[in-house]
Structures are given as C-alpha cells and as structure tokens.
Write a protein that binds this ligand. Structure first.
Ligand SMILES: *Cc1c(COP(=O)(O)O)cnc(C)c1O
Length: 430
C-alpha cells in the first residue's frame, strides 16, 4: 500500500505496515520464524551494529513479522514509531526505562489496572524508581505531585476495571507545562475509541493481549511514540539526549530526531532487557487487528445493553460504566470518547462478597478468568484475584471492592448474555 494520507481506520487496520511478501508474493504477512538474518557482507553487518543502517540482525531486536505489527500500531495510534514487546507489563517497563533512573518518580493515576498498581508501588522500587498515585480528576493535586525528580505522568484512557475515563487532553496540558512526557495506557479503549496522541500524549502503551489481539490467544505489549517530545529541552532525559556509552557516544535524540524513543527502545531496551515479542504472537495480533473496529463497535453496543439491564435490576447495587447516562463521567465520555467507552464495567451486588462469588460460579456463557478484551464475555471477582495484592483503600480507589465483579462484554448476542446474567443472579441472590 502506498503512503496515501487519507485512508480511514477500517482500511488501515487491515493494510498499514503490510505489503505482499517481496520474496514469494504471499498476501498474508508471513511468520518469519527465524532467529537471525544473513548479512550481505562484513561492512553491512558493521553498519547494522553501528545503527548506521536499519535492518534485521537478530530477533531479540527486530523481526519482519513483528515489524509489520509495529508499523500498524504506530499508524493506528497516529505515532511515528512503535516497539512491540512480550506483554503489556513489559511495555510499561520499556516505556519508563529510558526516562527513569534511581531516585526518579512517575506520577500515576489512582485508577489503574491492578497489576500496574502493584508494578508501580512495589516492583519498580527495586530499580530505585518510585510512583506517586494521584486522583487525576484533581488537576491541582496532579500539579502538586510533580516534583524535580518526576520523569513521567501515567494514566489509562478508559481505565480498567471500567467506569472511569480520563480527560487525556487536560492531563496532557499539565504534563506539558511541567516539561514531562505523558504515557497513556490505551489498552481498554484501543485506538478505535481513543487516540491519546491526538490529545497530547507523548507515548501510548498497550497490552496487545486484550482487544488488539481480541481472541485470548497470545500475550503482547507495545509502546507507540508520538515523536513529538523534545528530549533535549532539559537535562532530565540523558538516556535520549546525552552520549550513549554502549554506542560509542551516539546521542539518540540528535541522531534519530523524532524516532529517538523508538530507536532507543529497540537498540537499548530490547537488546538489554530482552522482553521481545515473538513472531507467532505478532501474527495472531495482526489477525486480530484486522477486525478491531467491527469488534469494538459490537463490544460497545453490547456493553451499553447489558449495563443498562443490570443497572435496572433490583439485585444490583450499582453499575459503573462511563457509557451509561447515570455515570458521573457521562459528559466527559461523550466529549472525549464519542464512539463509546469500551466493553468493560463493574457491577456491585447487594449481596456483597458472598453473592459475587456465587454469581461468578453460576454463569454459563461468561467465563471466570483473569483476562479481558476477548470476543468471549468474561468476568472476574477482582478483590479475590487481580486486585488481591492491593490494600482495601487501593481496591476501593481502583473500583474493585469486595462487592464488585468486573465484566468484559464480548461480541456474542446481547440477549443471551442478559439471560445468563439473570439466571446467575437468581442463584447468587437466593
Ligand atoms: C492487562 C493489562 C495490562 C498488562 O498487560 P499484560 O499483557 O497482561 O502484561 C496493563 N494495562 C491494562 C489496562 C491491562 O488491561
């Protein structure tokens, strides 16, 4: 496909980054199941290792199947480049890695995927990094939390486990005024519902495990670079602006311009951290993305129907879904997420913890699993699983109290889903 500037999302989700295989004409992107690539000659090899020429060396760094996925995701998100990696959590570490250092902190929203709260509040301490959690509805609190050691601001667009949507533009303005990059986890929204870069985000991270692949087959992650951040405007980001000893003093920003972050992610991040996506995973994810817009439309349509039904059921205490008119975020959702707020929400049962456990055990179409964003409808009792490591306060802040079940609505018939929920509620609340 030529670089036509005007293709729509539905066209790009199928074609961006892909072209008939130059060797065979294969129309579908082949799975390049090869660890290494033959150098033309010794000069070619030296140029590749010096980053003077772009090409394939070894599949820990780059692979032609993964490269197609990287280009497709960069295109769909409106970025200049992307780096794929082994999982969403790997993407978060890979995004922070060039920015942070011992003693540095990231200011993060309280409304995050439970695993991210754990990664940020516990594990990153081992690198000497830390996180400060703030309510991103309170922009003054966000401003106050930023200090001289802050190196990034982090939030989710549509937040997992659902019910909350971030005003990315408002948060980006605060980060921008502080001279800091904004990283947005766009996993639950996908680029079909939200393009954070168009609203001022510097980097977008994904768990491609979820809606992008869409069928629960492979884990993966991705970092998309907007190419818009000036890494040399301050001395805060030496990994990108200062000479890199591991490449004979090369300066990434000076050398690669708006692709500095992407090149660093491959040449340092993947090379040394090794959190690489394999070509099989890239293949499944490329397959999934071909139908992303169609699936997201159905996820949203079904979620609105099911959430509305649940909200009106007397056994239900409340439903948090930003796509409902009753949501405190309904206005923001309409303004910032006009195509909908995805397929994730939480439901609180009047019967509390015990009813929730019976409810998830009684469902027949819905599966009780630690995943989301599948074509299949899924549920999880977050408090006893994904959010188990969190304190009660963190659970509440994340919308994952003991009386709450997270629902990921699939693309089945909505009427069947409602019937299943009805019979399970009957068993749970008897
Ligand atoms: C699942 C998820 C992650 C982590 O992704 P993995 O692929 O499981 O490592 C991060 N953020 C959000 C919003 C997620 O839903």
């Amino acid at each position: 496909m030529s670089d036509g500037p005007t293709y729509g999302f539905d066209t790009l989700q199928i074609h961006a980054g892909a072209r008939p295989d130059p060797a065979t004409g294969a129309r579908q992107t082949p799975i390049y199941q090869s660890t290494a690539y033959v150098f033309r000659d010794a000069d070619h090899a030296a140029a590749l290792f010096n980053l003077q020429e772009v090409g394939y060396i070894y599949s820990r760094l780059t692979n032609p199947t993964v490269a197609v996925l990287q280009e497709r995701l960069a295109t769909l998100e409106g970025g200049v480049g992307a780096v794929c990696c082994s999982s969403g959590h790997a993407a978060q570490i890979m995004a922070l890695f060039p920015l942070m250092g011992p003693g540095k902190n990231v200011v993060a929203s309280t409304r995050l995927y439970g695993g991210t709260v754990t990664q940020f509040s516990q594990t990153i301490k081992r690198f000497g990094w830390s996180a400060k959690f703030v309510d991103f509805d309170d922009l003054d609190a966000l401003r106050d939390a930023i200090d001289d050691d802050t190196r990034a601001v982090f939030c989710e667009s549509v937040a997992n486990p659902g019910g909350y949507v971030t005003d990315v533009r408002a948060v980006a303005d605060v980060a921008d005024a502080a001279g800091l990059p904004l990283i947005v986890d766009n996993t639950s929204a996908t680029p079909y519902l939200c393009q954070p870069i168009s609203q001022g985000a510097t980097l977008v991270v994904h768990s491609t495990t979820k809606y992008l692949t869409g069928n629960g087959t492979v884990t993966g992650g991705c970092i998309v670079d907007s190419g818009k951040f000036d890494w040399s405007a301050s001395d805060k980001f030496p990994s990108l602006s200062a000479p890199e000893p591991a490449y004979h003093g090369l300066k990434f920003h000076e050398t690669f311009g708006n692709l500095a972050f992407t090149f660093h992610g491959i040449a340092i991040g993947l090379r040394d951290l090794g959190m690489t996506m394999n070509p099989q995973a890239a293949h499944y994810t490329l397959m999934g993305i071909e139908t992303l817009s169609l699936r997201m439309q159905r996820h949203v349509e079904n979620a609105v129907k099911v959430a509305t039904w649940l909200e009106n059921d007397p056994r239900v205490d409340y439903v948090t879904y930003a796509g409902l008119p009753s949501s405190p975020y309904a206005d923001r959702a309409k303004r910032c997420y006009p195509k909908g707020t995805g397929g994730l929400f939480t439901v609180a049962l009047k019967g509390g913890y015990d009813a929730c456990v019976k409810f998830v055990d009684s469902l027949e179409i819905f599966s009780h699993v630690a995943n989301l964003g599948d074509t299949r409808s899924l549920v999880i009792h977050s408090a006893s699983t994904t959010h188990r490591q969190l304190t009660p306060e963190q659970q509440q802040a994340a919308g994952a109290g003991p009386n709450v079940v997270r629902i990921s609505i699939g693309i089945e018939d909505a009427d069947d889903l409602i019937r299943d929920l009805d019979q399970a509620l009957a068993k749970a609340c008897s």
